[in-house]
Write a protein that binds this ligand. Structure first.
Ligand code: PMP
Length: 352
C-alpha cells in the first residue's frame, strides 16, 4: 500500500503542456522559434562556468537591473522560476484555505490548479463572446472570501487585451483588501490602443501587482525566470513563498543580458506582430472566427470541431493546442511555420 496523500489530490488535474513531436512544427506553447539573442547566449555560456556555486538567492543583480529598467525601487521587484511560480507564490501568500481566487475562463490553465493546490477555491467567470475578459462580471463575483483576482492581459488562450480605461474603471470597483494580479506574460506583443502598463498600475495602487516573464518575447522559456512588480510589503510576502534558489545563476545572468539587449527585442516582437496580422487575416479569409489577439498566438473558437481540427493539423505534423470542446490556440511561429499551419487550416475548411 502506498502512503497517504491529500485526499483531494485526485481531483486536481496536472498541468498539461503543449506536445512536442520530433520533426513536427510546434505551435503549441507560445514559445519563440528562434533561440535567445546572441548576446544573451554568450551571457548564459559565461554563467555556466560558475554553476558549481548556488545562485544569489535574492537574484539581487537581476532585481536591481529590472528595477532600473522599469523605473521602480528594488523593493518592488521579486523574481521567480517563471511567472507561473510567482502566480503560485502569490496565491499561497494571500489565501488561507477556503478563500476565493477569481479569474476569467478560459484563461491560463495553471490558475485553477495552483489555487486548489493552496486549498483555495477557484471562481471561473465566463469570458465575453469575443474572447475578452468580462471585467463587470469579475467585479460582481467578489465576495467576502475573495482574496485574489487574476486579470490575464492579453488573455491566454483567447488573445484580447484589456484597455487602460477599462482596467481603471474595474480597479476602482475592487476593494483594497483584494489583490489584483495583472498577468502580463505577453506584454511585449501588445500593440493595442490605450495599452495597460501593469507596472504603472502596480505603482499607483496598493493592491495591484504585475507579473511578467522572460519566457515569451525574450525567448528564455527553457531557463525559467519571471518577475513580479508590486507594493513592497506584498513583494516581500510573495518572495517568502519561494522555494529557495528557484532562479538559477544561468537564468539570472540571461535576464540581465536580455535587459541590456534593448532594440534587438523590439525587432523580434515586431516580426511576430506582423506575422500575427498575416495569419489572422488569412484565417478570417478562410471563414474562421478569430478574436483580436495582442499576444503571440491566435485563438480559433471551434467548439465541438476543436478536436478534429487539432487531429487534422497533427496528421500534417503541425502541433497546435487543443482545448477540447472549446477552441484551438495556435502560436505564431516564423513565416515558414505559419505557412505550414495555414496550409493545414485551408485543407481543413476545403475538406481535403
Ligand atoms: N501567464 C500566462 C498567461 C502564460 O500563458 C504563461 C505561460 N504559458 C505564464 C504565465 C507562465 O510563464 P512562465 O512560467 O514560463 O514565465
Amino acid at each position: 500500500m502506498s502512503p497517504d496523500v491529500r485526499n483531494d489530490l485526485d481531483a486536481i488535474p496536472a498541468y498539461v503542456p503543449g506536445a512536442t513531436v520530433p520533426g513536427a512544427t510546434k505551435l503549441a506553447s507560445n514559445e519563440t522559434t528562434t533561440g535567445p539573442l546572441p548576446s544573451v547566449a554568450v551571457a548564459i555560456g559565461e554563467a555556466a562556468s560558475g554553476a558549481n556555486r548556488y545562485p544569489d538567492i535574492t537574484a539581487r543583480a537581476l532585481v536591481e537591473r529590472l528595477a532600473d529598467f522599469l523605473g521602480v525601487a528594488p523593493e518592488n521587484v521579486t523574481t521567480g522560476c517563471g511567472s507561473v511560480a510567482l502566480c503560485q507564490q502569490l496565491v499561497q501568500a494571500v489565501c488561507a484555505p477556503g478563500d476565493e481566487v477569481i479569474f476569467g475562463w478560459r484563461s491560463f490553465e495553471a490558475y485553477p490548479i495552483i489555487t486548489r493546490i493552496a486549498h483555495a477555491v477557484p471562481v471561473q467567470v465566463p469570458n465575453s463572446a469575443d474572447g475578452s475578459l468580462d471585467l463587470d462580471a469579475i467585479a460582481a463575483a467578489v465576495t467576502d472570501r475573495t482574496r485574489l483576482i487574476f486579470v490575464c492581459t492579453p488573455n491566454n488562450p483567447t488573445g484580447p487585451a484589456v484597455s487602460r480605461a477599462e482596467l481603471g474603471a474595474f480597479l476602482d470597483r475592487i476593494p483594497d483588501r483584494v489583490t489584483v494580479a495583472l498577468d502580463e506574460a505577453y506584454y511585449e506583443y501588445m500593440r493595442s490602443e490605450d495599452p495597460v502598463d501593469g507596472v504603472v498600475e502596480a505603482m499607483s495602487r496598493t493592491n495591484v501587482v504585475s507579473l511578467r516573464t522572460f519566457s515569451k518575447a525574450y525567448g528564455l522559456a527553457g531557463l525559467r525566470v519571471g518577475y513580479l512588480v508590486g507594493p513592497a510589503e506584498l513583494v516581500t510576502s510573495v518572495a517568502k513563498m519561494m522555494v529557495p534558489f528557484s532562479v538559477s545563476s544561468l537564468a539570472q545572468a540571461a535576464g540581465i543580458a536580455c535587459l541590456e539587449a534593448g532594440d534587438e527585442l523590439r525587432v523580434r516582437t515586431d516580426a511576430v506582430v506582423a506575422e500575427r496580422g498575416r495569419v489572422r487575416d488569412a484565417l478570417l479569409g478562410m471563414g474562421f472566427t478569430v478574436p483580436d489577439s495582442q499576444a503571440n498566438f491566435v485563438w480559433l473558437p471551434l467548439g465541438d470541431r476543436s478536436a478534429a481540427f487539432d487531429e487534422h493539423c497533427g496528421e500534417r505534423l503541425v502541433i497546435v493546442r487543443c482545448f477540447a470542446g472549446h477552441g484551438v490556440r495556435v502560436s505564431i511561429g516564423d513565416p515558414d511555420e505559419n505557412d505550414r499551419f495555414l496550409a493545414s487550416a485551408k485543407e481543413f475548411v476545403t475538406g481535403m
